[in-house]
Unconditional design. Structure first.
Length: 199
């Protein structure tokens, strides 16, 4: 009889040790998975991929809104974003080719500043509670977005020509023209850039 109690005590002790080891193993695995998930989520947030995708999805949904002002502003923001991304890709490709691109990178930086100013104006117009004023703002800023898109297309065209066998004088002419046009766009942004001034 005492031997049976001793065997069951050893069995209980062994079972308890197995449970402790299994619990500790599960805890370590759980902590490792939590840490890995945290690192992945943090990297995704820092890369901006999730934010850009979410923002694009929201703008795409707004571009089908019933309110004309909201719809137009969302479409303008999407157009502005697509044009800016295409210009940055073209600049990266031209810079990577090693060919002469003159002052076009400086022009691209000016254009990027103009893009940011227009984006800020569109965000401000988007938050305007008065529907009529929001439509008016969409029309006014829409003209500038169209000018920006034209300038971006001209810059991309110049960058593509720079990648081919064109002379330095042609690159300089394109840079001068684009710089002048961007100056006009920036002057407009400074004059009409705030909500109070546009009223």
């Amino acid at each position: 009889m005492p031997q049976q109690f001793s065997d069951s005590g050893d069995f209980g002790e062994t079972l308890m040790q197995l449970l402790l080891i299994g619990g500790a193993t599960l805890l370590v695995i759980g902590l490792g998975m939590a840490l890995a998930t945290w690192v992945i989520v943090r990297r995704l947030r820092r890369s901006g991929v999730v934010q850009r995708s979410f923002s694009t999805g929201v703008l795409t949904a707004r571009s089908y809104a019933v309110d004309d002002g909201v719809r137009r502003i969302a479409r303008l923001r999407l157009d502005l974003r697509r044009s800016g991304q295409a210009t940055r890709r073209a600049l990266d490709a031209a810079s990577g080719s090693g060919g002469p691109i003159g002052e076009l990178p400086a022009v691209a930086q000016d254009l990027l500043r103009a893009e940011r100013a227009l984006e800020d104006q569109l965000r401000l117009a988007e938050r305007e509670p008065d529907k009529q004023l929001r439509r008016d703002l969409a029309g006014r800023i829409g003209e500038q977005v169209q000018s920006y898109n034209t300038l971006s297309a001209d810059l991309r065209r110049s960058l593509m020509h720079a990648g081919q066998s064109t002379g330095g004088a042609e690159i300089q002419r394109a840079s001068t023209r684009l710089t002048r046009e961007i100056g006009v766009l920036q002057a407009w942004s400074k004059s009409y850039g705030t909500h109070d001034q546009i009223q």
